[in-house]
Design a protein around this ligand. Sequence first.
Ligand SMILES: Cc1ncc(COP(=O)(O)O)c(C=O)c1O
Length: 472
Amino acid sequence: MTPDEFRKHAHELVEWMASYMENVEDYPVKSSVEPGAIFNKIPDSPPEQSESFDSLMKDFDQIMMPGITHWQNPNFFAYFPANTSPPSILAEMLIATLGSQCMIWETSPAAAELEEKMMIWLRDMIGLPSEFEGVIQDSASTATLAAILTAREKISNFSINNEGAEHAGTLKIYCSGQTHSSVEKAVKISGIGRKNLVKIPVKEDFSMDPVKLKEAIIRDKKKGEIPCCVVATLGTTGTTAIDPLRAIGEICLKYGIWLHVDAAMAGTALILPEFQWMLDGREYIDSFVFNPHKWMFTNFDCTAYFVKDAGLLIKTFEILPEYLKTRTRGKVNDYRDWGVPLGRRFRALKLWSVIRSYGTEGLRTKVREHIRIAACLSEMIIKESDFEILAPVVISVVCFRYNPAGCNEDQINALNEKLNHKLNDSGKLYLSHTILNNKYTLRMVTAQTNVTLEHIEKAWGLIKKTARSLKR
Ligand SMILES: Cc1ncc(COP(=O)(O)O)c(C=O)c1O
């Protein structure tokens, strides 16, 4: 492709992008293709000869678009969001064009230094103590793996990295029954072993019970096992419950245990002074992760991972082959030493563009509005006698179910499952679900970049109508 051809296609693509963004609400939110439908439309072997970009775009429109679930549609209320925003998309264009591989400072000093500064901005925006240093990771799962590996190395005096786990004893990791599965994955692949993950019971509001945590630690110590790390969550995946950091932190300090905090979604709410209470006990935290790629309008992937002692993180991951030795080593941040991958994208540019474009006040306004409309939705639900709220509404997630009179628990569960599928198959909105106290629970997340109260009101009208038509 010549530069002129590139220019022509790029201009056309920008038109495509802008009109997609303008019309995203016209697409069915959830793709309804059957498994294999897209795969079978793609030729079994690659073309021998060059094809035009126009023919690629034609196939993109005809084959790919029907198989896309539109996460940027404001009627996307499922999971947690993976928000974009125009300034983030523009930065992605620059990142793709530069194509820099930012593994060490020397391979793109601007990327390393912007990353360092963006992590300071974010740290201060969310209210972490000033000794914390940050690094951008691809995902919260990777950051949590990094935390558990660092905790493992610290408690074993870095012997497992060198000698293997044979003589390290039985390490124990603690989290609540509501913690995201990325913790179980990290424990499984870190060599600690899934059976050594202790799931602590939760209280009525689905937050970790610190009394039960302490009991479990004492029990394990009596058996000669080694408590290594507690993962506390701010904003659990199911209900956005907030684990009590101060109470958990005091226990971690007493028993010399690493405290990792997973705030993947709710971390963004910390930019609001009125949500700083979630971080009470911050002085006990060893590592902390949140995802600007969820609720801070920054394209996937962009995870902010903060550590109190960067030296421990670097010592866990550092490896220095000859070809990566530089004259600047020790004077700058070589982020390849701060996590699993060697190669790294220039992700800090997205954050720079988003934060400068919205301003911190603009970000606060948007996040506050999402929280306000979640509260409005919960009021709408409470008013209807045949619906019920199933968990406290803390930020922008509302958990509820249809509960018409005259049905037993099994029937109510079946009804809500059917309701979820019927709504999602309509293409008009997309909800996801969880199970709370054996109840099939619908989750509605009011945090898509462009969602408004009008979207919520319309969706709620459809949910009520569809639910009542199922009962009849
Ligand atoms: C609380 C929590 N932690 C971690 C994750 C994993 O996030 P990622 O996709 O960035 O690995 C999720 C995903 O939704 C989550 O809800």
